[in-house]
Write a protein of this length. Sequence first.
Length: 274
Amino acid sequence: MSHNAYLPKLGRIAAIKDEVPGNRAIKTYQIEFVSGDGFEHDCGQCAMISVFGKGESMISIASAPHVTGYKQFSIMKTGRVTTALHDLNVGDIVGVRGPYGNKFPVKDWKGKNLVFIGGGVGLAPIWPVIQTALHHKGSYGKVSVFYGGRTSRDLMYKADLDKMREQADIHLSVDAKEDGWKEFVGFVPSNVKDKAPSPDNAIAITCGPPIMIKFVIQNLKELGFTDDNIYTTIENKMKCGIGKCGRCNVGKDYVCVNGPVYSWAALKELPPEY
Ligand SMILES: Cc1cc2nc3c(=O)[nH]c(=O)nc-3n(C[C@H](O)[C@H](O)[C@H](O)COP(=O)(O)OP(=O)(O)OC[C@H]3O[C@@H](n4cnc5c(N)ncnc54)[C@H](O)[C@@H]3O)c2cc1C
Ligand code: FES
């Protein structure tokens, strides 16, 4: 019998962590494959997560490839499927198909300084790259992480970021002044401009709301980063995930296959349909 690419594997929710409260809450899920027939993935790849009877959503795999036993996903409550996902409990079964998409070329970045810039749930797609760089610390240069949210309650992975301070430069920000907040106040691109990371032997990786990415890239360029040394992801709406339905097209590219990871140099060659 031929393999059905749309058939998900079964995953059991092994752990759920509340990251961010509110209307657009974010929860992090650890999902174990039920019959041990999971898949390996690379940094930047995604998976379709399904809630049976509701539908499926493309979500970045937020755990690093070297982590075995489960896949991690951080999911913002946005609409039908993600709300249904937020209503599930530990032990519940979901569908998981993947891995989909291309990858961040992390092996090519050995010996380089890495500057990560995330906003909101946009920290999830770059989290596996950060974990990989720190796991193989001797192979990479300095690791800096810029991460911001509207308020301190909107920041995810806070405990992990605090722990990470021993190994990396962590620069957090909130949009407006708050009692007790001792780090940067202002938008993420302004924090980048303020700290002015050096472009020398460095790669910048940014992911977050499109407006944040636009100004981050503008500021990185002013600092001297070249288009080849800036990477981002694009999140066009997806249906099949396997280059069949055309839902995610940008110019000649199926983002689910050719993306979601792009250098800024490559993205500039595509029509602005993202
Ligand atoms: C490559 C990729 C990686 C992603 N990674 C993550 C992740 O790690 N965590 C996470 O929380 N979300 C991620 N997303 C977004 C996620 O797929 C959507 O938020 C989700 O599918 C919405 O489904 P829903 O049924 O809950 O909402 P719907 O009921 O379908 O829609 C609710 C609202 O969200 C809008 N919407 C739906 N999908 C998208 C989208 N892709 N981009 C912008 N707006 C959209 C709709 O237009 C509508 O306004 C990713 C998307 C892609 C394409
Ligand atoms: S989601 Fe169907 S072609 Fe990309």
